[in-house]
Design a protein around this ligand. Structure first.
Ligand code: PRP
Length: 172
């Protein structure tokens, strides 16, 4: 197998600046809590929040759905909860990728029960090929039809998260 670049570092940086601008303008003077979905979103999140001109609260959750496989096990486990109360606040879920949609829809359901004023979803990559749950991605960096991708936070068996761009794993 080899890695084929899908989105390079500069393209990602520019797109994130645009997304951060949109988010900052939409949540100007509103109490916003941004939620990073670990592990995959950690690099995107760090770049996104540093490009924002607003000062949101920041929190982290951890779910697990894939294990070390390239296909979904179909299960979502919520293993690390938020620490900041969200009642009456606006919440922005930050994901690296929305694939089947299961993780985001699960997280939305859990957070909705806590009485936030709104919940929005931001994902660097909105991937359509395997979508099972109809989720709305309010802020999507890039739309992608298919491909197993790694880098910029995304892993294959816990590797490649540190690649500066997004790459597709292509069989030789
Ligand atoms: C990936 C990704 C999303 C989720 C998207 O996480 O970071 O959270 O899968 O897939 P879905 O739309 O099909 O639910 P993963 O479970 O691989 O964990 P990781 O972020 O720790 O790598």
């Amino acid at each position: 197998m080899h890695l084929k670049e899908v989105f390079g570092q500069d393209v990602i940086r520019k797109r994130i600046e645009e997304m951060a601008k949109d988010i900052s303008s939409d949540f100007q003077d509103k109490p916003l809590v941004t939620v990073c979905v670990l592990k995959g979103a950690f690099i995107f999140y760090a770049d996104l929040v540093r490009s924002m001109s607003i000062d949101p609260e920041m929190d982290f959750v951890r779910m697990s759905s894939y294990g070390d496989q390239t296909s979904s096990s179909g299960k979502v486990i919520f293993s690390k909860d938020m620490e900041i109360p969200i009642k009456g606040k606006h919440v922005l879920i930050v994901e690296d990728i929305v694939d089947t949609g299961r993780s985001v829809s699960y997280l939305r359901r859990v957070l909705e029960a806590r009485g936030p004023q709104s919940i929005s979803v931001c994902a660097l990559i909105d991937k359509h090929e395997r979508r099972e749950v109809d989720v709305k991605v309010d802020y999507a960096g890039f739309a992608l039809q298919r491909g197993f991708i790694v880098g910029y936070g995304l892993d294959y068996a816990e590797k490649y998260r540190n690649l500066p761009g997004v790459f597709e794993i292509v069989p030789d």
